[in-house]
Design a protein around this ligand. Sequence first.
Ligand code: GLU
Length: 273
Amino acid sequence: MMVTRFAPSPTGYLHLGHAFAAWTASRSGTRFLLRLEDLDTGRAREEFVAAIFEDLAWLGLSWEEPVLRQSRRTGAYREALARLAPFTYPCFCTRKEIADEIASAIEAPHGQAQRGPDGPLYPGTCRHLSADERAMRIARGDSYALRLDAAKAAANAGPLTFIEQDPAHAVDPLLFGDVVLARKDVPASYHLAVVVDDAFQHITLVTRGEDLLPAVHVQRLLQALLGYPAPQYAHHRLILDKDGRKFSKRDQSATLRSLRAAGVTPSGVVALF
Ligand code: GLU
């Protein structure tokens, strides 16, 4: 039996786009699990966790218990990071230093910054630090993030593919460059946590919005490095507002809460899909 999941972050009320993702996953004819991406302790709130359960149930969805909470899984992420150690390096750059480095690369003759799905890629500054310098800065207490050395990881993993609704696609392991896998105050980045948890929950079908399609490239690479099986992927179209824009969390009128308050019924919401 295939297993899929819906993995919202409890940082706001569920909006239509999320409801569509949950509904699509729960209708996929597979086992359906729910997982809370609540690692952002500054923004995740219990009030939103309760609202997620209540709004999904109101929509007529049911899921298997227990619901996995990423905030309880920091040990698993630490273990995965330890296994990825040959392919990571500490990065001491501040956001400003990275922005300055990118700006000067663009200003150089024929200069350009490499771009990924989330904007300019990290220019790799800290990849070139010596072992002594790394050790000295860590000992000194400098704060750092752990980044994936994407080229080294890609060379180790060899050619990879992923299955998106049947055809196999080639993975571009360098698409996100040297992504951050963890920070001092965040035990795992989204990419690392989702890969570790999909394997832990034996997810065989990743169902989510097509805005996350590029994320597969780095996630497949991490799966290969960690020796995890590759799930299949089904990225669904996004629900857009009347101006053709993706609903954002700021769009309070498109949350299930406000649709409910406005008297829309569950079948009225499903009709919007
Ligand atoms: N938390 C993500 C979202 O709410 C979903 C991540 C995933 O399904 O991989 O869009």
